[in-house]
Design a protein around this ligand. Structure first.
Ligand code: SF4
Length: 407
């Protein structure tokens, strides 16, 4: 789910249906937790299982013949310190050397580019995934918190025309370990700058609820092994109702953010194709059910597009939907992306839109487009790196067959 977006034309509706669904995954938690991440057969076939896709049992097996506490040392080194096995000086040198060459302990992410802006307050990575695909991660430091925005898919099949990632099409689902590793790498960078990573938002490339099983496995791993509470974890969606209802049955009450962008079906159908499958009435019902089940504050994201969804009647329709849910609205001026004509709403009209919402009894905040000078809008840097949007779309379209069914 990309929050910072561009453009208007909605197309490529075909893959959306293929991406919906998937089996539910749960894992229990105990004080001496052995968490198990699903390692999908496709990932194994593609050689994409990395160190954070391994379960604790897997790690113990790697250390077969060693004292049992070595597995704990390795596990804690990976999760608490984000260390490479070769750096774990608590392990004997011969063991370190063996582990350093074990492909099952290889990292999944190869850093292609790191960009910083705002005097280091925003850091963005472009990663190459082992196997194939490129994704982005953005770390943002605020006065009182440090938040990482992670990707859940390489590309996206949802086809929102205003979004750079949507235009590029779908490549593949990320494994749970690839998502966890984004968090681990950002946490290490935050630590190196004297900060502590406090929040994780699934708002980067991809639609998290179209990769449900692995996203939820990563949520549990981040919660259980990194110690981030559920109130500091936010899963976003463009409105996959079936996924929201599954989320409401999970053990962890994570925050839910819904990218709305339009408050009537006609406009939303044109901006967000999945709305044709899950119209606003069913989406709002699912949001209500989530609220009732989890008691978490719900937020709606609204990318303000000049002359498209920033008119007084848009504000009035939005209020009608969100006020009964006592939800918060985050207003995000459309982020500039080369090649798409629709502009973001000018600042004075952004403020007017917010004031209108507030006057009508809705909590609304204008979010800054952080890091636009480094293309920190999710989805943009990857598209820029691999060439034109069209070339990415062709590649993604060719690769989507088969991978698309696993979400
Ligand atoms: S195309 Fe995908 S990543 Fe882009 S806004 Fe839509 S759901 Fe989010």
């Amino acid at each position: 789910m990309v929050v910072l977006v561009q453009g208007l034309v909605a197309r490529r509706r075909g893959p959306v249906r293929r991406m919906l669904g998937g089996a539910e995954h749960r894992s229990g938690r105990t004080s001496n937790h052995v968490s198990t991440l699903p390692t999908p057969p496709a990932a194994i076939a593609w050689g994409r299982v990395g160190r954070y896709d391994l379960s604790r049992d897997d790690v113990a097996q790697l250390l077969d013949g060693e004292p049992a506490y070595r597995a704990t040392q390795l596990w804690e080194g990976l999760y608490r310190h984000g260390s490479d096995p070769s750096e774990l000086t608590v392990l004997p040198r011969p063991l370190r050397e063996r582990l350093a060459h074990d492909p099952r302990l290889a990292p999944s992410l190869v850093e292609l580019r790191r960009s910083t802006s705002e005097q280091g307050k925003v850091v963005k990575w472009l990663w190459s995934l082992a196997g194939r695909g490129r994704v982005e991660t953005v770390l943002m430091h605020y006065r009182d918190r440090s938040t990482v925005c992670i990707s859940s898919q390489a590309g996206c099949a949802m086809g929102c025309g205003f979004c750079a990632t949507g235009q590029a099409g779908f490549q593949r689902n990320l494994t749970a370990g690839e998502m966890v590793e984004q968090v681990i790498r950002a946490a290490a960078a935050a630590r190196a700058g004297g900060r502590r990573l406090s929040n994780v938002v699934y708002m980067g490339m991809g639609e998290p609820l179209a990769n449900y099983e692995r996203v939820w496995a990563s949520v549990e791993r981040i919660h259980d092994e990194l110690g981030l509470s559920a109130r500091h974890l936010t899963v976003s969606t463009v409105g996959i109702v079936a996924g929201i209802r599954r989320l409401a049955r999970e053990r962890l009450p994570v925050n839910l953010a819904v990218s709305l962008h339009a408050a009537n079906d006609q406009l939303r159908n044109s901006l967000v194709p999945v709305n044709r499958r899950y119209p606003l009435a069913s989406l709002m019902e699912a949001c209500r059910a989530y609220l009732d089940a989890k008691g978490r504050r719900l937020s709606f994201e609204w990318a303000l597009m000049d002359g498209v969804n920033d008119r007084p009647r848009d504000a009035a329709e939005l209020v009608t939907l969100v006020r009964p849910l006592r939800a918060h609205v985050n207003l995000i001026p459309l982020n500039p992306t080369p090649g798409w004509p629709t502009r973001g709403t000018p600042p004075h009209r952004v403020r007017a839109f917010r004031d209108e919402l507030v006057a009508l009894g809705v909590n609304a905040t204008v979010r800054r487009n952080r890091g636009t000078d480094i293309d920190a809008a999710c989805g943009q840097l990857a598209a820029a790196e691999v060439g034109s949007v069209d070339s990415v779309a062709s590649m993604a379209s060719a690769e989507a067959t088969g991978a698309g069914a696993s979400g």
